[in-house]
Design a binder for this molecule. Structure first.
Ligand code: SF4
Ligand code: F3S
Length: 359
């Protein structure tokens, strides 16, 4: 395997793009990394000298949903990521090679690019070797061998980040997140089932541009993409604040696009960029399509159910009245447990109208 000496800029020009288009691509990258536009020049300069980064992408106990999501990135376009930014040397889903040939390719990367390549991991690790063997080698051994000389590790998806669906009760394979096995490498958790395509490419773009992993929160997630709750930016938030809730999937409230909190929406306790970045190139996301958020990027979401049943608690700062008291047609229900500021809004409205009446 010959070392790649071409810079990302040279690669873009070789594919007959102009300097102007290269600068535009950098502007998209800047935005996709969650950076301010003032940093665009830094990104341009970095892309002029950075080389494509070799990537080993392991699929362990997974459903291939993360790979499926990744190849749908629109900003940056997946062609640009695959042809200009990374060199995807090993992936079960996309490689033309298979069997011994592809296993050799993985070993070549480890030997020829120590400290330079990025390891992306999709899927969780079974506790017993015999549950998952790849080319006669256990998943655990493949992971440890691939991680040993990696520059950084990207835990793509809720399975590699938290254990995921394979870890759902009774967890027959003893599925674990990769952080349980690897303690001596920078690991970025990019949870979601699957993660948003542009979040996946945004994280790898940051690594290539700055040579370091992005700033992480206390769970190891990139702050740029996991700093807000889905609820904070939700397109139905105005209805929540007004105390207007759908009570079933086919009632008038659902048709009007009311808040799905009473239908089990976990947006108030889920940290992800869905409401800001949306899916399929910004077209929509679960809540916009009429489905409550099931909290797929949160740890243990698979056992935090049942889904579609009101479970989410509104974290503090957000008041004191039960949504039962402000929902359509429900009067006098017990104010137990969950408190929302929807109630405060309704209370304020009531106060204002009483005042008007007095005047
Ligand atoms: Fe949106 Fe769910 Fe919050 Fe309602 S509860 S505003 S649907 S995130
Ligand atoms: Fe998952 Fe909720 Fe987003 S279910 S895709 S975190 S809206």
């Amino acid at each position: 395997m010959k070392k790649d000496t071409e810079t990302i800029y040279q690669s873009v020009l070789r594919r007959n793009f102009t300097r102007r288009e290269f600068v535009k691509m950098c502007a998209v990258l800047t935005a996709s990394m969650g950076l301010d536009y003032s940093q665009n020049n830094t990104v341009v300069k970095a892309m002029e000298v950075s080389k494509r980064v070799p990537v080993i992408w392991l699929q362990l106990q997974d459903c291939t949903g993360c790979s499926e999501s990744f190849i749908r990135s629109s900003h940056p376009k997946i062609e640009s990521v695959l042809f200009d930014m990374i060199s995807l040397e090993y992936t079960e889903a996309l490689s033309a090679a298979s069997g011994h040939q592809i296993e050799e390719a993985r070993k070549h990367v480890i030997e020829n690019y120590p400290g330079e390549y990025v390891l992306a991991v999709e899927g969780s690790i079974p506790i017993h070797d015999e549950y998952l063997m790849i080319g006669g080698v256990s998943a655990k051994q493949t992971l440890l061998e691939s991680a040993k000389h990696a520059k950084a590790i990207l835990a793509y998806g809720s399975c590699s980040s938290w254990g995921g669906i394979p870890a759902a009760y009774p967890n027959p394979t003893g599925a674990k997140p990769i952080t349980d096995l690897i303690k001596d490498k920078p690991i970025v958790r990019v949870p979601g089932c699957p993660p948003i395509a542009e979040v996946m490419t945004g994280v790898i773009a940051h690594l290539i541009t700055f040579g370091t992993i992005p700033e992480l929160d206390h769970h190891g997630r990139p702050k740029a993409f996991y700093r807000h709750r889905v609820h904070d930016k939700c397109n139905r938030r105005a209805y929540f604040d007004a105390g207007l809730f759908a009570e079933s999937f086919d009632d008038e409230g659902a048709k009007q696009g009311y808040c799905l909190y009473k239908m089990g929406c976990k947006g108030p306790t889920t940290y992800n960029s869905c409401a800001e970045m949306r899916w399929n190139g910004g077209v929509s996301y679960p809540i916009q399509s009429g489905n409550p958020c099931i909290g797929c990027s949160e740890s243990n979401f698979w056992d935090n159910g049942p889904f579609y049943t009101r479970m989410a608690e509104i974290p503090a700062t957000q008041t004191t009245i039960n949504p039962e008291m402000v929902g359509a047609g429900i009067v006098g229900a017990a104010a137990v447990g969950i408190a929302v500021h929807a109630g405060v809004t309704a209370f304020q409205k009531h106060k204002d109208s009483s005042k008007e009446g007095d005047e």
